[in-house]
Design a protein around this ligand. Structure first.
Ligand code: GTP
Ligand code: MG
Length: 310
């Protein structure tokens, strides 16, 4: 007999519920997959590495199971304090979950960072699954070889072959993971897709636009915080966000000539925030120079990250 056996969903069937952590090297496609699994954008995506900085939860239902997917920052050899906090957060997400899903970019294959993750995963007690992502970019033979060589290092219960971007194999993967969840009550209402407050998603959306439009090291020197969200009598929202940069020169680049760059970032972000919030949005962006934000514990708290001592 199972203690949860009397849990029923709205149709009277027994329910299942659990956490699946999506981990992998930066740029493997974890956030793209999370959004595809949930069917809405809850985590930001970019072509650049190290886009995600904290755990982001997305909730999906498949059959009788509710799965809370946890998107995590990419795992790599951290150098800066922020990198250490991000990698720490990713492993924390993995070891808190019921099932771990390691994403590997199938075209890139088994690189040094992925090998290092596999070595550590061997010693992790959670159930483990593997997802070879971006199968739209490589040959089938390569997928089979990669499956064999990865499983030889660390055995996985399941191997999924997917394209998070095109949606190939994603539904099947969700069903299989759903069946792996333990019997138990659903933790969230049926229509909830994320547990992140809208103000956090709003700041992340602006950070995504900064990632898209700024180059080299600059996106990594920036953080965005939502300072104010005021719902106005006409149903719209007045939102104020601060973009923190580390140098005056960076502030100038973010503003752009005649304010052109910040204007285009603001307009793209406003549209997307309005969509997510389902209301009209007035977005005000302020750019502030704060040389040491990367060593300021308050900034980490805002991101929901632990502050590494050094
Ligand atoms: N061709 C192809 N591209 C993909 C696929 N999945 C993701 N991408 C692309 O890969 C890039 C990185 O995607 P993200 O979802 O941001 O990757 P991530 O693993 O979350 O990256 P970090 O947050 O930096 O760790 C983006 O340009 C995506 O469009 C896929 O299945 N096929
Ligand atoms: Mg990501």
């Amino acid at each position: 007999m199972n203690e949860h056996q009397d849990e029923r969903d709205t149709t009277g069937a027994p329910t299942r519920c659990g956490f699946v952590a999506l981990i992998g090297v930066p740029n493997a496609g974890k956030s793209t997959l999370l959004n595809s699994l949930v069917g809405a954008k809850v985590s930001i995506v970019s072509r650049k590495v190290q886009t995600t900085r904290m755990q982001v939860r997305g909730i999906a239902i498949t059959g009788d199971a509710q799965i809370i997917f946890v998107d995590t920052p990419g795992i790599f050899q951290p150098k800066r304090r922020l990198d250490r906090a991000m990698v720490g957060s990713a492993w924390g997400g993995a070891t808190d979950a019921d099932v771990i899903c390691l994403l590997v970019d199938a075209r890139k294959g088994l690189d040094d960072d992925t090998s290092a993750i596999l070595e550590r995963l061997k010693h992790v007690k959670q159930r483990k699954t593997l997802a070879l992502n971006k199968i739209d970019t490589c040959e089938v033979e390569k997928l089979l070889e990669l499956t064999a060589s990865i499983n030889a290092i660390c055995p996985f219960e399941e191997t999924f072959m997917i394209s998070a971007l095109k949606g190939h194999g994603v539904e099947k993967m969700k069903e299989t993971l759903g069946a792996m969840m333990k019997p138990g009550p659903w933790l969230y209402p049926e229509d909830q897709i994320s547990d992140a407050p809208l103000r956090l998603l709003a700041a992340e959306i602006t950070r995504e636009k900064l990632f898209e439009r700024l180059h080299d090291e600059l996106p990594y020197q920036i953080t965005v915080e939502n300072e104010q969200w005021k719902n106005l009598p006409d149903g719209s929202a007045r939102i104020e966000q601060t973009i923190y940069v580390t140098r005056e020169g960076h502030r100038k680049i973010v503003l752009g000539e005649g304010g052109r760059t910040i204007k285009s970032i603001g307009s793209a972000a406003r549209k997307e925030i309005a969509e997510a919030a389902e209301q009209k949005v007035h977005l005000f962006l302020f750019v502030k120079v704060r040389e040491n934000w990367i060593d300021d514990p308050e900034r980490y708290r805002e991101m929901g990250l632990e502050f590494p001592k050094e």
